[in-house]
Ligand binder design. Structure first.
Ligand SMILES: C[S@@+](CC[C@H](N)C(=O)[O-])C[C@H]1O[C@@H](n2cnc3c(N)ncnc32)[C@H](O)[C@@H]1O
Length: 245
């Protein structure tokens, strides 16, 4: 897939979807199976990359799996780790190899790809980049819960992990539906905040969506320790009557 006009390989940012291997797009699958190098983010404190686990059945033995170390938080040194990861990618691109960087869900939503994209743009601005969107966990969770996220004229907010009571209060006042990502490390506090705001009954917890381990919990007071999972999110409806109109 290397472009004939350039000796530099192409960087593909590929969204592989939320977990079910059948939820990858045809375009992403084609790119994934054509590149010589597949790059995945690899945290030191986690099992194999989730994105790679999703597509492992599609990977060919001759493809190089490049595990790029990535920081587990935004602590000091995180930026340097991203530069190191980007350098590994650029080494391959400069050899004329196309590289597919895999991310779970969509590559443009809270994704490690954004750091590598920045790093590659900085280190090798001439490298062509193709970004192939994926089905985000947000969309998949709404499908599994069987409830539209928003309907005509309604507003949707997607918040990252760092939210407190004030953020929740503000978001649920201003938006019809609020999706809380990366919720598991702060679930206890978040559930207490939702209860304080009277929103517990309007919240749905979705874990490991579209996989065999999927769980949709409509009564969030029933969430147990074993339900905790990094791959989980909460959908909060601020005004369910309005949502069901
Ligand atoms: C770094 S973000 C990646 C989001 C991803 N790019 C997307 O489009 O879904 C990780 C967060 O996404 C959510 N997530 C990703 N995959 C999930 C899944 N299969 N089930 C539920 N939530 C998931 C969780 O909130 C998790 O903490």
């Amino acid at each position: 897939m290397t472009q004939e006009s350039s000796k530099i390989g192409c960087l593909y940012g590929i969204g592989v979807g939320p977990g079910d291997p059948e939820l990858i797009t045809l375009k992403a699958l084609k790119a994934l199976q054509t590149v010589p190098v597949i790059c995945v983010p690899q945290a030191s404190n986690r099992w194999d990359s989730y994105a790679l686990t999703i597509v492992k059945g599609y990977v060919k033995p001759e493809q190089e799996i490049l595990r790029a170390p990535f920081p587990t938080d935004d602590a000091d040194g995180a930026a340097q780790t991203w530069i190191e990861a980007s350098k590994l990618v650029v080494e391959r691109l400069e050899k004329g190899q196309d590289v597919a960087f895999l991310t779970e869900g969509d590559p443009m939503l809270f994704s490690t790809f954004s750091y590598v994209l920045n790093g590659v743009k900085e280190l090798c601005p001439e490298a062509p980049v193709v970004i192939i969107p994926g089905i985000s966990s947000v969309m998949a969770a709404a499908a599994s819960a069987g409830e539209p996220l928003v309907t005509h004229g309604q507003k949707l907010a997607i918040l990252p992990a760092a939210y407190g009571l004030d953020d929740l209060s503000e978001a649920t006042s201003n938006f019809d539906t609020v999706v809380l990502m990366k919720v598991s490390p702060i679930i206890v506090k978040t559930l207490a905040d939702l209860e304080g705001l009277g929103l517990t009954k309007q919240s749905t917890y979705v874990k490991r969506v579209t996989t065999e381990r999927e769980k949709v919990i409509r009564d969030v007071t029933e969430i147990k320790d074993e339900d905790m999972d990094y791959f989980s999110l909460l959908i909060v409806k601020s005004n369910p009557e309005k949502n069901s109109e």
